[in-house]
Design a protein around this ligand. Structure first.
Ligand code: FAD
Ligand code: NAP
Length: 549
């Protein structure tokens, strides 16, 4: 509504500056003129604290009141009982219509913040925020209170955008959303307490939810999830979606397949039931994805998702329940139906868990399921590897090769792993505790020791260790494949050929659900390979060629 340029101080000759003032005044008078609601303001001050900011707020409000009788001001000392009633402790603090909203400004709305202040007055005066429909839908999902603290500065050109987002949330959801806009210059102690060194920075319920200014929907989504969101996917009302390719699973395999399929001209969609990015979204640090020497999994996922969204629609929070074979295939989720000429299962796998006390608590703090991912963090240290299959022994050898002292803990007296792996253990000084189970993982902030139980002797002991690598197998997400009648391997993964074709023509697989190396880069490779095959097969269906399956 307001042109930001109007509020930015520039060096001008006095005549020009008078003209600008008059222009701004007229514009504001027009803007405030149509307001149909009172905007009561309560100002709390202490003459001995931030005196110049108190005077600045008064001057600004005086100016606004000259333009609109709808704006009223009452001023109280910090020692007044109303300050106690409203829990006001900082001078100056300005409350906006406190009977109806919890919106307060700690400091003075000067400089760039003038725009935010005018937006606040007009949103309240018109009872209109201009909030988008998708933002409203996100706010509807918020069921518990959100207390926003937004740190801003009069010299920050990005702050008003985020402040306006926060105002929209607080005005649209007054029963659950409160807002404090905190000017860092007038509130150095709070600024230090919240480490608000770069503005805008936003906390909700004391959790950091956003750095920098965000598009409105991303702000609302961050507020809802209480975590910074970096992509926004609008909800779709469609009951039926027609596609060439429906991709099930939004991990690296599915996302890559989506990019490749769409770039080949296929109408593709990705359906994801849980966290976009799959297992990567849960990975603290990735150090082996080319192009990124070190990146946290969530950031890598955000980059992948944003890239995929440039090409392919993603349907989040949706679980595929059934696939009715075709073509055309019919894919049923908990929300809608899809029709597709081909289907890609990129449903992933998850590491099997030991399910002992301490495992969940120390995941990422000494408990690991991926030696190639986390091994380097234990160089020169001591770890235990749990399991007796190929994974456990491969992990143990990998770790020992990286200057780590390794003990394998295996529940039986013989290994399931291949002999050539077993035979290498002595030359790498890998100790083995047979017939032994881990009963508990202990430590303070990270793993320090494990409680062991010898099944033969019945003895219980503890062993000091810096890490616990759990390699007791994988559980591929194959329920859907199983239900659809797709063949699985003896290890329980989806059976496919080198081109990712499964036993049912028109249905393909990619990524961890196929087994193999189970890495991000291999999952992405599978995704691209599968999408290329699918494109070629849809152009020239192998299942209709004479003599083919
Ligand atoms: P996933 O990432 O598992 O994604 C599959 C997706 O499909 C999931 O999001 C799931 O919710 C969805 N899905 C399943 N069924 C359905 C359904 N019915 N409807 C809708 N959606 C469905 N690899 C590395 O290269 N480097 C590392 O540093 C590394 N660290 C790791 C650390 C941890 C803790 C873990 C768990 C794994 C790590 N990995 C690492 C392995 C890597 O994350 C996986 O190999 C990779 O994510 C596999 O990708 P994917 O797309 O095949 O499957
Ligand atoms: P796996 O073969 O199923 O072995 C799992 C191991 O963990 C077994 O030794 C099992 O003990 C043990 N285990 C299972 N649940 C346990 C629990 N709750 N507590 C303690 N121990 C438990 O799984 P994997 O080793 O991951 O291998 C999976 C597949 O990938 C296999 O086909 C394997 O050949 C293949 N793979 C190959 C290579 C390679 O060729 N280098 C490397 C890795 C994986 P029991 O023995 O008592 O059952």
């Amino acid at each position: 509504m307001i042109d930001q340029e109007d509020f930015i101080a520039r060096e001008e000759d006095p005549r020009e500056s008078m003209e600008t003032m008059e222009r701004v005044s007229n514009k504001l008078a027009d803007l405030f003129g149509g307001m149909n609601h009172e905007v009561p303001l309560l100002l709390f001050t202490d003459p001995f604290i931030n005196g110049q900011y108190c005077e600045a707020v008064r001057t600004i409000i005086r100016g606004v009141r000259e333009l609109s009788h709808k704006v009223t001001l009452r001023e109280y000392g910090l020692d007044h009982q109303l300050a106690q009633q409203y829990h006001v402790t900082h001078s100056p603090t300005l409350l906006f219509d406190p009977e109806h909203y919890f919106i307060r400004w700690l400091g003075a709305p000067m400089g760039q913040e003038g725009r935010t202040f005018v937006e606040a007055i007009t949103m309240l005066g018109y009872r209109k925020t201009g909030i988008s429909k998708p933002s409203e839908k996100i706010l509807e999902k918020i069921t518990s209170p959100r207390a926003i603290k937004l740190f801003v500065s009069p010299t920050c050109p990005y702050c008003p955008q985020q402040a306006v987002n926060a105002l929209k949330a607080a005005i649209a959801g007054p029963d659950k959303i409160s807002l404090e806009i905190i000017d860092i210059q007038a509130n150095p102690e709070l600024t230090e307490q919240y480490n608000a060194l770069a503005v805008p920075i936003c906390y909700a319920n004391e959790i950091l939810i956003a750095r920098g200014a965000q598009p409105e929907e991303l702000f609302m989504a961050s507020l809802e999830k209480l975590e910074q969101q970096n992509f926004f996917i609008p909800e779709s009302d469609a009951e039926q979606v027609d596609t060439d390719l429906t991709i099930i699973g939004g991990g690296p395999a599915g996302l890559t397949a989506g990019i490749y399929a769409a770039r080949s001209g296929l109408k593709a969609v990705i359906i994801e039931r849980g966290a976009l990015g799959g297992q990567v979204a849960l990975t603290p640090v990735v150090e082996n994805y080319p192009g990124f020497a070190q990146i946290d999994g969530k950031t890598l996922v955000d980059i992948m998702v944003n890239h995929a969204l440039q090409y392919v629609p993603i349907f989040p929070d949706e679980e595929v329940m059934e696939i009715h074979t075709g073509p055309p295939f019919e894919i049923l989720t908990n929300r809608r139906r899809y029709s597709a000429r081909a289907v890609l299962l990129a449903t992933g796998a998850s590491y099997r868990h030991l399910n002992v006390p301490g495992e969940e608590r120390f995941a990422g703090s000494g408990v690991s399921y991926c030696s190639t991912c986390d091994g380097a963090l234990f160089k020169g240290k001591e770890v235990v590897v749990v399991g007796g299959g190929d994974s456990a022994l491969t992990d143990a050898l990998y770790l020992a090769n990286n200057d780590i002292r390794v003990t394998i803990v295996h529940r039986r007296d013989t290994f399931r792993a291949q002999d050539h792996l077993v035979n290498q253990l002595p030359q790498h000084n890998i100790k083995v505790l047979y017939n032994t189970e881990i009963k508990e993982i202990l430590g303070d902030t990270k793993v320090e020791e494990v409680v062991l139980h010898n099944k033969q002797t019945g003895e219980t002991s503890t062993k000091r260790t810096d890490g616990v690598f759990i390699a007791i197998g994988f559980e591929p997400a194959t329920e859907l494949a199983r239900k659809t009648g797709i063949d699985l391997t003896d290890d329980g993964f989806i059976k496919c050929d080198d081109n990712h074709r499964t036993s049912i023509p028109g249905i393909y697989s990619a990524g961890d659900v196929e087994g193999g190396y189970r890495q991000i880069v291999t999952a992405a490779g599978h995704g691209s390979g599968a999408a290329i095959t699918i494109f070629e097969d849809l152009v020239n269906p192998y299942w209709t060629a004479p003599g083919k399956k």
